[in-house]
Design a protein around this ligand. Sequence first.
Ligand code: FBP
Length: 273
Amino acid sequence: MKDIDDSGITRDGNSLILAYDHGTEHGPVDFEPMPESADPRHVFEVGRHDAVTAIALQKGNAEYYRQWEHENDIEDGAPLLVKLNGKSSLAKRDDYFSPKQCTVEYAVEELDAEAIGYTLYPGSLHEDEMWQDFRRVQEEARRHGVPVVLWSYPRGKGVQENPDYSGQKDPDVVAYGTRLGLELGADMVKCKYPGEQEDWKQIEDAVPGLKTVMSGGSKRSDEEFLRDVYSTVEAGGNGLAVGRNIFQRENPGKLLDSLEEIIFGEKTPEEVV
Ligand code: FBP
């Protein structure tokens, strides 16, 4: 089993994953604030920044990424993390479910993936089915020697209808969802930032030794975003997986410079701004 620290998706134990699967999850509306971000090549270029330790793409964009690298003799593109499942916001469902569109075998053998990603919705009516799906993914990933990043997003009826929880950002809920990553054999869990640093500490306490990264969320100011990332790292998190806060910015390189210093250089937001 390959240690995630020996894979290309971490640097000094931490990660900055550029997520670009929003065309599936949210649709083109996410590209409206910065129309050039609808062109995958624009985001692939952004991913060449030194700070980026992986680019997370759905299968179609992953194929395009490899073609783009080949046609343009790109040798410094970000390591590829293939997102195996995903869903659109168009379908009507009784609860959250994310079907798989790519196998580990295809991701590794055809796309030369450095890591694979899978979204689990603990709390959904379909949680059990997704556990079984994830079991197969995790075991195949072990056989192929690639690390597994779990997007663990507790939501759905089990969370909404449980009076003990105040919603999907309830720190107890996020900590539970993250713990499932440890229990089910993920190498890194990507989870929502509940809002306060003490909440992230609660998450870390729930998963000693497991790598965690903060999920970027909707776009906010540089200051707010850097503060959240710093809080996460200072509380023991291993960095960030981010989409909109990068590709919806006019100058993503500037924010990536600051993020690099915070995530890998132990700097504070005040020191980098
Ligand atoms: P953002 O940084 O833009 O929040 O992206 C992280 C991510 O997990 C993406 O990989 C995914 O497309 C999106 O968030 C899903 O967010 P949600 O399910 O909360 O709408």
